[in-house]
Design a protein around this ligand. Structure first.
Ligand code: UD2
Length: 339
């Protein structure tokens, strides 16, 4: 099978591409590397086609989609606070970009588009857990764009017969989630804070809760959503069905690392939701989805991954310094002779 993965060099995208490749599929990645990294695909670069370009350019999207049977549309501008700061940019990438993907998919008659939707669509609806039949009430520009993506996906099924499935991811975390931006996901931030013995920053009182979901579960759902029968036009929650507070996350990290780090508490962020928890019965029933890795195990794997990657980059830096020093010494006699 041939898959196009938009945002395939990103966090969830590259983990999905790894799995597709390991199952022997042919994969094209479309990514403008604004959030994604070439490095995320380093180990499989020779096995896939990478097109550097943006989903906001429909010609690029058409080219990338050539002969694709399935499209996993994961390319997006993530982050609630970033969308609050720059709603136009989030709108352009998440709504116009999604529309381009859908238009191209309709033209190319792809079998199905799986759209990366978000739990942020629910907004501050008071009921927990969140069920897909609840009326979405997004409270941030980001949440609005993700919900509009679902609506467009459903409209394309109705108007053009294009099969689409939307997956509302609930706070996905794991290896390759970028910790370096002020807009990075909280678990990436917390893990690296513990590694570097820095105080983790908590926005609010830390009692807000999320259904933190390890990335393998999202990958598992992505692949199921491509092939499950009778799901066109549907929306599914992808989470674990649990609710964990930031203070509980910090306690778990203290346990894993043995470090008694205390958090620094700052005012809550605009657009933030208080609580989030998925009801995953629909995904279980229609997709055959079942969370593969629980929160604590996922957190351990993730923390170990950040530690390993820090060690690797320190080793790379040391090797580069050594090489530079050797080169300088090798040039020295020549420089002396010239004088
Ligand atoms: C939203 C979506 C999520 C995904 C994501 C993409 C919800 C419930 N979830 O995640 O499914 O689409 O957007 O970006 O809408 N925080 C800190 N310290 C930090 C960073 C964050 O305390 O250093 C807090 C933050 O204020 C929030 C919580 O941690 O209360 C989670 O923040 P996040 O940015 O990791 O994810 P969130 O929930 O906005």
């Amino acid at each position: 099978m041939r898959y196009l993965v938009t945002g395939g060099a990103g966090f969830i995208g590259s983990n999905t591409v790894d799995e597709l490749v390991s199952r022997g599929h042919s994969v094209v990645v479309l990514d403008d590397l604004s959030g994604g990294k070439d490095d995320n695909l380093a180990e499989i670069r020779n096995k896939i086609t990478i097109i550097k370009g943006s989903i906001t350019d429909i010609e690029v999207v058409r080219k990338a989609m050539h002969e694709a049977e399935y499209v996993l549309h994961l390319g997006a501008r993530t982050s609630v606070p970033r969308s609050v700061k720059d709603p136009l940019e989030t709108n352009r990438i998440n709504i116009e970009g999604t529309l381009n993907v859908l238009v191209a998919a309709k033209e190319m008659k792809v079998k199905r588009v799986v759209f990366a939707a978000s739990s942020s669509a629910y907004g501050e609806t008071p009921t927990l857990p969140k069920v897909e039949t609840m009326q979405p009430q997004p409270i941030s520009p980001y949440g609005v764009t993700k919900y509009v993506g679902e609506l467009y996906s459903q409209a394309f099924l109705k108007c053009y017969g294009l099969e689409t499935v939307s997956l509302r991811y609930f706070n996905i975390f794991g290896p390759r989630q970028d910790p370096s931006s002020p807009y990075s996901g909280v678990l990436a931030k917390f893990c690296t804070a513990f590694l570097e013995d820095k105080q983790p920053v908590v926005f609010g009182d830390g009692e807000q809760t999320r259904d933190f979901t390890f990335v393998d579960n999202a990958v598992h759902a992505n692949l199921l959503a491509c092939e499950a029968p009778n799901v066109a036009g549907k929306v599914f929650n992808v989470g674990c069905g649990d609710r964990i507070s930031l203070n509980q996350v910090l306690a778990a990290l203290r346990k894993i690392t043995g470090k008694p780090l205390e958090a620094k508490y700052e005012p809550p962020r605009e657009g933030d939701i208080r609580d989030s928890q998925a009801d995953i019965s629909e995904a279980r029933q229609f997709l055959g989805y079942d969370p593969q890795v629980g929160f604590e195990e996922g957190l351990r794997i993730t923390f170990d991954w950040y530690r390993e990657s820090q060690l690797k980059s320190a080793a790379r830096e040391a090797a580069a310094k050594e090489a530079a020093a050797k080169e300088a010494t090798a040039k020295e006699p020549a420089a002396k002779t010239e004088r």
